[in-house]
Each structure stands twice: as C-alpha cells, then as structure tokens.
Design a protein around this ligand. Structure first.
Ligand code: GLN
Length: 483
C-alpha cells in the first residue's frame, strides 16, 4: 500500500479498494517502524490523522470526490498548524503551538487531505543539508550516511522512503528542488505569489514560496492544485486564475524550445551529473523538443547577492523572536536586555545566529549601499537575464545541483562550501520564477536531479514536461533499498 502515488491512492479510494482510515493506519505504523533511521518527522499527529481520515471516508460515502479527499500528507514544520507544535526546526519554537492554521494547511485540510505529522527541517529553513535542525540531522534513505538535502529534508526523506506519498515544503533558495534531487523525488517551487505564505514562518519573505514534494509530476500537480491561489491574508499572493494542473499533463513536447545555459556546464559541475543532464536532454529531444544554447551572464553573481538579501530579510524577520512574544525565554533574566540576549542566544542555533549577524551587518548604516543595495541591483540583472532568455525559449534546463548528496558532516566546518551548492537553484528565487526538479539518474548510488525553469505562472508547462519525461523514463520509480 505504501508504494502508491497520490494519483493511485485517489483511484483506489474512488474504487473503494481501501479506506483512507486503513491507509492512514498502515502509513502511521510504517513511520513508527522506519522513521527512527531517518529522523524525518518532528511531530506525528496520529489522532488528527485518524479523525481526518474518518471524515474523508464519510465525505466519500456521501458522494463527494476529489484527488486529495483522504490522501495522507505531511507538512514541513514551518507551516502553522492550530494547536500543534510548529517548531521551524528550532529550540526557539519547541514550545510553540500555532494559534491558527496556515492558508496552505487550511486549504489542504478543506480538500480532505490527512495530516500525518510535521516534518523535520533545517532551523528556520536555513541550510542545504538538514543538519541544522535542533531535532537532529535527517538521513538520506538512499544512503543513511549522506544528507537528504535541505531545508525541506524531512519532507523529502519521508516521501522518498515511502512513509507517505507527498508532503508540503518551501523553497527560499532551493529547499524544494535540491532535496528532491538528492532523494529521487519531483519537487516544484511555484512562481512567487502563487501559493500563500500566510502562516508559513518567514525566512526571507521576498524569496520564500511553498510547494509540493512528491514522487511524480502527476502528484505534484495534484498537491499544487490544493495549495495554489489568491489569499487576501497574504498581500504578495497574486490574483491569477489557477489552471487545472492535472489537465495540463497531456500535451505533446513537439516543438518545445528548451534553453540550456552555457554557464551551467562550468568546472564546478560533477562531470557525471553533466552526462546525466545530457541524457535527459536527448530524451526530451526524442519527444520532439528543440534544444538551444542560451546565456545567463549574471549567474555568477547570484550566490553573493542571495547570501546578502536572504540573511538581511532573515535578520529582520527573526527579530520577533525576542523571548517576550514567541517561543523560548531564558530563566531568571536580570533585565530586558539580558532577556533578549540570553533568550535569543539560547534559542537560536549557530547557523541562524550567523545569518542574523550577516544580515544585520549588510543592513546597517554605512554598509547598506555597499551590500544590500548592490545585491538588489544584481537581483534585477538576474531577472533581466531570464526575461531575455524566455524571449527565445519555453523552458530552461540544467542540473539541479552541482554534486550529489554529500556525507553527513562533510561541510559543517565550512558554511560557504554549502552555500556554493545552491548555484543552480537560487536564481529562480531571486527572479521569482517557477522551477521543478525531477529524477535524472544516479551517481554512486545517489540520485541526481534535472531542473526545469519556466516563465511566471507556467507551472503547468513544467509539470507537463516532467510528466512526459516520466512517461518515458523510470528513474522516478526507483526505490531506496530497505524502504
Ligand atoms: N540553501 C539555501 C539557504 O540556506 C536555501 C534554503 C531554502 O530554500 N530554504 O538559504
């Protein structure tokens, strides 16, 4: 039962082959049995899951239908869940029970999805390895000595290990696409503003975007359908009609213009990954796509710009965690300053503190023009590069990451080494564009992802290209041994 995709579950539930309650119990038992190896969950919500599953079964018995009605999922632990711990992977929020549901959580619950639990993540979504969580590192089910990617590593590891079919995640600089690549999943970062950020604990507000992590493009379409749409509570959510994503999956790729940026194939790219990317290009050519070399000349500046802008926004967003209003408070503060200092010093881990300091520095008087303003100018250049490219091509293709998943601890002493791994993903966040990662093969038994980028609001195009590719390849069907 645990091997089923969301699409297969929807068919099975509609055909009354099993109930949502039965399936939910099977998956909860599987999580209890297998997750100790992975550490992919921070909280399990068994009682809520059974209650939601029973309610979904009752709705189906009353004649209701829907692809998500009775479908088991989990939420990255930065989506607020009413009355349930919402930790953001931090000691700071270990005792925080959200007073309301995030819009994404509420929408998916209304569609009948069943919440099995809250997944582990890098602290405040800062990271690419899921090693900065206060709840401990998450392991990659393909090799337990390797990282699953981050920051949505818990969602990725759980779905890859078939503990559940799909999960929500968020992507500020790659945190949906990179863990998807590292664990052989399909993950979609939507256009900025496509999915509401209300109730999603902020890391860098102008870059953060929620989206689906699943095994197939077909399942990403189903989950995105339940997440997307205008939300009056989020002033950056955009009033653009939500298409039927599943209906966009049948289109031919004949004549599709795929741009391959020459800058992507530089010295930093593992040649074995480059070869797998070439194979995926050939596969898409066989399906009718036309390949064109393009250039994204400002790509080299994207990492430094991102690692100024994201920490700058984080330093502002995280100022609300002051020991007074949310979360952790130190014991016996001597005065207000002592309360702030010790609560924040005890509540935040090393990476979060590092980013707050970098961000506050970049925003401070005297440095604002030199760093923050300059980074914003680069951001515009990165966006302009994409706009020029999309005048010539329909999608852009390349590797999701320059290397496969590294060993746990391998980059702990050198944060910049980890930042450099984001080179292919962060440009989409800087420009606000949608991006998808899908399985493209293996290197040393570790999965490799190919990334597709599209113009604003063309999530349907990305999902269709990935679906056509998946109809003709079987990488996405491979299962890690032991799971
Ligand atoms: N690795 C990037 C960072 O650490 C992206 C994280 C994310 O997308 N949340 O900032």
């Amino acid at each position: 039962m645990h091997q089923m995709t969301l699409a297969e579950i929807a068919r099975g539930l509609a055909d009354k082959k099993f109930s949502s309650e039965e399936l939910t119990k099977v998956l909860l038992a599987r999580i209890t049995q297998l997750d100790p190896q992975l550490n992919s969950f921070i909280s399990l919500t068994e009682d809520l899951a059974i209650e939601q599953a029973k309610a979904a079964d009752a709705r189906r018995a009353n004649g209701e239908s829907g692809a998500l009605l009775g479908a088991p999922i989990a939420h990255k632990d930065l989506f607020c869940t009413q009355g349930i711990r919402t930790s953001c992977g931090s000691k700071m929020l270990d005792n925080f029970k959200a007073p309301y549901d995030a819009t994404v959580v509420a929408k998916l619950a209304a569609a009948g999805a069943v919440t099995l639990g809250k997944t582990n993540m890098d602290e405040f979504a800062m990271g690419s390895a899921n090693e900065s969580s206060w709840y401990g590192a998450v392991k990659n089910p393909w090799n337990l000595e390797h990282v699953p990617g981050g920051s949505s590593g818990g969602s990725a590891a759980a779905v890859a290990a078939r503990l559940l079919p799909a999960a929500t995640a968020t992507d500020t600089g790659g945190s949906i696409r990179q863990p998807a690549a590292f664990t052989n999943l399909t993950g979609l970062k939507p256009t900025y503003g496509r999915v509401s950020r209300w109730g999603m604990i902020a890391y860098a507000s102008s870059l953060d975007q929620g989206g689906p992590l699943a095994r197939t493009a077909e399942d990403c379409a189903i989950l995105l359908q339940g997440m997307a749409g205008l939300d009056p509570n989020d002033s950056t959510s955009i009033d653009e009609p939500v298409p039927d994503y599943s209906a966009s999956l049948g289109e031919s790729l004949q004549g599709l213009r795929i741009g391959v940026p020459k800058e992507y194939f530089s010295a930093g790219l593992d040649p074995r990954i480059a070869e797998l990317i070439q194979n995926s290009i050939q596969q898409l050519q066989k399906l009718g796509a036309v390949i064109k070399e393009i250039s994204l000349p400002n790509m080299q500046h994207a990492i430094p710009a991102y690692y100024v802008i994201a920490p700058a926004e984080a330093s502002s967003n995280l100022s609300r965690f002051d020991g007074v209003r949310f979360g952790h408070r130190c014991e016996n503060p001597e005065n207000l300053i002592d309360l702030y200092k010790r609560s924040r010093g005890e509540g935040f881990g090393a990476e979060v503190q590092r980013r707050i300091m970098v961000g506050a520095y970049a925003l401070s008087a005297g440095y604002y023009d030199a760093y923050y303003l300059k980074a914003q100018k680069i951001r515009r250049l990165v966006k302009n590069d994409f706009m020029a490219a999309f005048n010539e091509v329909d999608i852009i293709l390349g590797p999701t990451t320059p290397n496969p998943a590294w060993k746990l601890g391998a980059k702990n002493s050198d944060p910049v080494a980890a930042y450099l791994e984001d080179v292919y993903t962060i440009t989409a966040n800087l420009a606000g564009l949608p991006g998808l990662s899908m399985p493209a093969g293996f290197v040393d038994g570790l999965p490799v992802g190919v990334q597709l980028l599209a113009p604003y609001f063309q999530e349907g195009r990305l999902l269709n290209v990935a679906h056509q590719y998946q109809l003709n390849t079987d990488w996405h069907t491979r299962t890690p041994t032991g799971f």
